[in-house]
Design a binder for this molecule. Structure first.
Ligand code: SF4
Length: 410
């Protein structure tokens, strides 16, 4: 959105300036996200008198009325109308009536080069056809839709030709990607993307457990495919997974992760976990914790359960007290730090390909982050450039990921 407006002369307001237009892009994955959104919107209105405040994103899709009733909100655009928002702002600025540009759809944002050309997100899919009992995403994003196959390949070439180092494929449910005529699916797409990659590398944002199979893992052997998988487990208990209406059980999850680890040495494994689901007792929580330890994840994203309006789990209420959920969250966050440190230590002495980020940090294909020694002449490297680095030392940090000290290998 900003790139479209920047081309027309708009600039980003600093925190001290009074903005004329404000766009709040919302999330609605948890109750906490909704509360945060409303606070951000009210704060933006209060601190920018006279600004026209537009709200878009998932919360705007599911709770339009709530947002329209906040005094000072100028416009609310759900996900399906999101692509038109910068053009609506432009029309308002020019005092013209809005007319929709041709070929505008919900994948219209991707022709944008990232600042510094380091990493770009390429959305290939949106929406979800599953019905996990806790999840509001299908309501916010609708049923699965896939981006045009040829457009994706063209976009990969465009990003690569413009020197973007890493292209991250994103979507709500990547493995669901398929063309309507059933001709080609996600694996065909990835295979064809790999054929055009010479310089850039690709990374998957997240992939559902049933999609982690030999087909994908064999493609991941490709040198331009980052050795990184984020596979949401949500729970390690068979009973809770059933109540969550997930489509796998812990043994099947374990088999898939073990296969991934055997085919891809040093694979970085991340996952999402929900704690405090209404039927989760201490027994099920411990089952989850044990499985997370056993599978050796490198990073856990932990969420306390919150009731989402319109989901099938809404009828179960929210019987687990907030303090208890908090205890389980903190317990798993501490586990996440431990697991990350263990994974990081296993990388010491190894060499990986890393990309130089805008802030001077380097990120390897295995998603290890760190810096070169202060004495290294970093100015001799360009932002977005690939270099091989050796993991020398790891410095853990409290409640967040630590950082590596790398040395320059090539
Ligand atoms: S797979 Fe389940 S959790 Fe993920 S978006 Fe679809 S319904 Fe939500």
């Amino acid at each position: 959105m900003y790139t479209i407006l920047k081309d027309k002369g708009f600039t980003l307001a600093t925190a001290d300036e009074n903005a004329e237009y404000i766009v709040v892009n919302t999330c609605t994955v948890t109750n906490k996200a909704d509360v945060k959104n409303r606070n951000i919107i009210r704060n933006a209105i209060r601190t920018n008198p006279g600004a026209k405040v537009y709200v878009t994103g998932c919360y705007a899709e599911t709770d339009k009325e709530v947002l329209q009733n906040i005094p000072g909100v100028f416009g609310v655009f759900g996900n399906t109308e999101k692509s038109s928002l910068p053009y609506q702002i432009l029309a308002d600025w020019e005092g013209k009536s809005y007319s929709q540009p041709p070929n505008l759809d919900r994948f219209s944002y991707s022709d944008v080069l990232p600042e510094g050309h380091t990493r770009a997100y390429l959305k290939i899919q949106d929406g979800c056809n599953r019905k996990c009992s806790y999840c509001k995403i299908p309501a916010a994003r609708g049923l699965g839709v896939s981006r045009n196959y040829g457009d994706i390949i063209d976009q990969v070439k465009y990003l690569q030709d413009n020197g973007v180092g890493e292209i991250q494929l994103t979507g709500v449910n990547l493995g669901w990607y398929r063309l309507e005529n059933g001709d080609k699916g996600f694996l065909n797409l990835v295979e064809d993307i790999l054929k055009v990659l010479e310089y850039s590398r690709i990374r998957l944002s997240s992939i559902e457990p049933p999609d982690v199979g030999s087909g994908l893992l064999d493609l991941m052997q490709h040198p331009r495919f980052c050795k990184f998988l984020h596979v949401p487990i949500q729970s390690g208990s068979r009973k809770i997974l059933k109540d969550m209406r997930r489509t796998y059980h812990p043994d099947a999850f374990r088999t898939r992760i073990e296969l991934a680890k055997s085919k891809l040495p040093n694979l970085f494994l991340g996952t999402d976990v929900i704690v405090g689901f209404p039927s989760e007792t201490e027994v099920e929580f411990q089952e989850t914790k044990q499985l997370l330890i056993e599978l050796g994840f490198a990073k856990l994203h932990v969420f306390p359960y919150s009731v989402r309006k319109g989901t099938s789990a809404e009828s179960l209420g929210d019987p687990i007290p907030g303090d208890e959920k908090k205890r389980r969250v903190l317990d798993l966050m501490a586990l996440s730090s431990e697991l990350h440190t263990k994974y990081a230590k296993s990388a010491i002495g190894k060499t990986f390909e890393a990309i130089l980020e805008n802030d001077g940090r380097l990120v390897t294909d295995h998603y290890l982050k760190g810096r070169l020694p202060e004495t290294f002449p970093i100015d001799t490297l360009q932002k977005g450039q690939f270099v091989d680095v050796r993991c020398e030392e790891y410095f853990p940090a409290k409640d967040k990921e630590g950082e590596f000290l790398f040395t320059f290998a090539r």
